[in-house]
Each structure stands twice: as structure tokens, then as C-alpha cells.
Ligand binder design. Sequence first.
Ligand code: PLZ
Length: 463
Amino acid sequence: MSRDVPADPTIPQTRHLRTAVPGPRSLALQAERDAALPAGLGRTLPVFVERMGGGIIEDVDGNRIVDLASGIAVTSVGAAHPEVARRVAAQAERFTHTCFLVTQYESYVRVAQWLNANAPGDFAKTTALFSTGAEAVENAVKIARAATGRPGVVVFSNAYHGRTLFTLAMTAKDKPYKTGFGPLPTEHVHRAPFPDPLRWPGSLAPAQVADAALDAFEELVDRVGADQLACVVVEPIQGEGGFIVPPRGYLPRLAEAAHRHGIVVVGDEVQAGLARTGTLFASEHDGFVPDLVCTAKALGGGLPISAVTGRAEVMGAVSPGGLGGTYSGNPLACEAALAVFEAIDGQDLTGRARAIEEQVRRALAPVVEADRGVAQLRGRGAMLALELVRPGTLEPDPDAAAAIAAACHRQGVLVLVCGTLGNVIRLLPPLVIEPDLLADALAVLSDAIREHIAVAEPEQVSA
Ligand code: PLZ
């Protein structure tokens, strides 16, 4: 399978530590960063990057770190895909920007056509391009309001939709995202419980969790009034909230219920979309067909571009001039997106995502033991996560997640933590990562988990 992946000519696909992580050069830059940047900008791993390729991040100290983050699900094709680099460079020599609202270029139309043809649903679709995920989500809300003449937006527990003021109101987690930023425009934002099979009260079977969550949605609609609700916005697999996969059948039934009430269904595929989960769109796993789909992140292979794709009649409800943005669908980013589409097809990236899932599940199965503090390995394709709990309970253990992530970082493996409760370790490798490199990183992660469990439970390990 790695034969299909273009070999990066310059960076060996092996982990290699020349210094401690972070090394002296990163530490020196870190000091400058701290003086020049506000504390509000977070960071996961305090290294500075020299170059990247395949599944490797090479830092300024010459350390080669395994990338299990993809810049938060962005560089699915790799962070220096030769075709992305070639197209972007060629475009930069022709022109970097026109503002599509002023004068137009073909690549924007080609990106839209590809998304129209490939997004879920066999109805006529149109696409509008933007720059960030939050911008796409906000525009989907604007479009749904224009189409329905209703103000309300239904979102879910654990949802993440962005950091702009409105998407922040839609996002569930308070700290650190909302701290100090209120009041948020929450007046027309209504939150329904997401069917989390692990944490729904009363230890129900997944099908019952789906039923209960649908009942809760109906209750909400009843309470607020369908005539007040423009749209329901849902991540088909929740991302920042903890890689939570809803029970099978829930999403199509949610869409059915929403449609009965004239509510527009918006799928937020910003994190899960574009081959990440083993299908082009995560919605496809469950036959879920939203009216509008938001994509971003992987769409641009690292260049900022996002999209709202959906039913032509809903998209068409906005009057001329109502949608846009100076950089929306920037030509460099459109070229990058076209290269990403080619890579998805040409390198069978959905197949690679499924192969990654198999490899990760096989490698990590031995450490998934609720009694020892690893409640679940869940997700789909190359969007997988481990939930850490206090052994034998469902009590979240964010300290364990942080300690395991830190141990991986010291060993040159970049993993991210997520979850409303901060206790989930997520894996988002570039889809082009070579199996041997992934195996090495998973061995480091397994050891870090075992070591942590050993520390937390000395009597069980020494027995
Ligand atoms: N919708 C489902 O996952 C972005 C956030 C990183 P933007 N997730 C990463 C951070 O801490 O800022 C995201 C998402 C889903 C929307 C967004 C927002 O996308 O491109 O960050 O605006």
C-alpha cells in the first residue's frame, strides 16, 4: 500500500531524536515567542518546525517527530504533498488573489463542481467557498436562516464549531474557549444532548441511546417551536468534543425528524470530512444526508479554504451579494484543493484511512481495558481516540491523558488531547503515513499507556 504514496525525496520516514524534545533551538525560539505573543495562544508541543513530509515533522533541532496530528486533521495528504506544492507555486506565479467577488477564476468553479458531485445526496447542489471552518459554519447558519426565515439553531452537547463569537456560542465547552469573552450571542442557540453511547445516563444499549436522544430533540423542538428553528448543526463524528461516534441510525433519523419540522440539516464535516474516516464524508457511514455540508481543514491540504455545499434551492435563498469575504476561495487555496482531490482519488486515501484504522485497532487493542483506565478506543478510519478514566469507573482522567501525551511528546510522537472532559487522546495521522512509521509511533503510545497504568496501579502490575 505504501507503494501508492509518493516517497518524500528529502525526509527519512523514521523517528529520530538528536536532542531532548524540545531542543535548544526550539527553546530559544520559545523564549522569543513568549515575549512577542499573547498567552492566550495555546500550544501542544513547544517545538519549532523546520520541514515536514509524509508522517514526519522535522524540528529546528533536527529531531524527526512522528505526526499523529496532521495540524488537527488538515494535512491528510501530508504537509508537503508534491502536487499541492507544485500547483500552489505555479498559481503564485500567475496571480495570488483577485477577490472572487471582483474578478473570477476557473479553479474556484472546479472546486465547487467536485464538492457538488461528491457531497452526500443525489440532488442538485451548489457550493460557496470561504477560508476557515468557523466561517463555513456561520455561513451555513446564515443560509439556513435566509431559507427558512427562522432564527433558531440547534446544536449538541460536546459540539465544537469554532471560535468566532457565533460559533463560540454554538460550541459546548466553556473553559478555555469562552473564558472572558461573554456575553455570547446565545439567544437563538439551543443545545440538545448528543447520543454518546459511553456516557448517556442509565447504561442503555446504543439503540436506546439513539431513541432517547431523538426524544430529547423532539422535546426541544416542541419547547422552542419548530417555527423558531432554522437549522440543526451536527458533527457526524464529534471532533474536539472527544471523537464521539453516535449510534448507528441516529443521524438519518435526526435528519428525518428535522425535515418533518422544516428544519434545515447542517453537517459539520470540518474535522471528519474528506477521506479522514475511510469514506469521503463521515456522513456516508450511516447514510446521513444533510441539506448543507461544511468542509474545511483537509480541503486545502494546509491552505486555508472552507466550503458550504448543499441543496441548490436552500443555497439559493440568499440574495445576490449576501455571501462572500475578501479571501473566500482564494486561488492558491483552490489550486491546493484540486491537488487534494487528485490525491484522494489517485492515492486511494479512503482506503489508506481504513488500513490505518485496522492497524491502530490491532496495535492498541491490548491496552484498552476499562478496569485499567482505558475505557474505549473509538472513532473511524484515521480519526481514532482513547478515552482515559479512573480505573474501573467512568470518571474522566484528564491527568492520565495529559501524562500519556507528554510521554509520547518526549519520545518524539505528536498526539493531541481532546474531549469536553479533557480525557481523550486522539490520533489523526496524515493518511499517507507509512505503516512502519505508524507502527513505531503506536509502540511508543502503547508503552506510554502501560507505563502510566503501572504508575497509577502499582499493586496490579507488580503482582
Ligand atoms: N467545526 C468540527 O473541528 C476546528 C480547532 C482548533 P476553524 N477544530 C480545531 C482550535 O483550537 O482552534 C473545527 C472543527 C469543527 C469547526 C471548526 C472550526 O474550524 O478552521 O478552526 O475555524
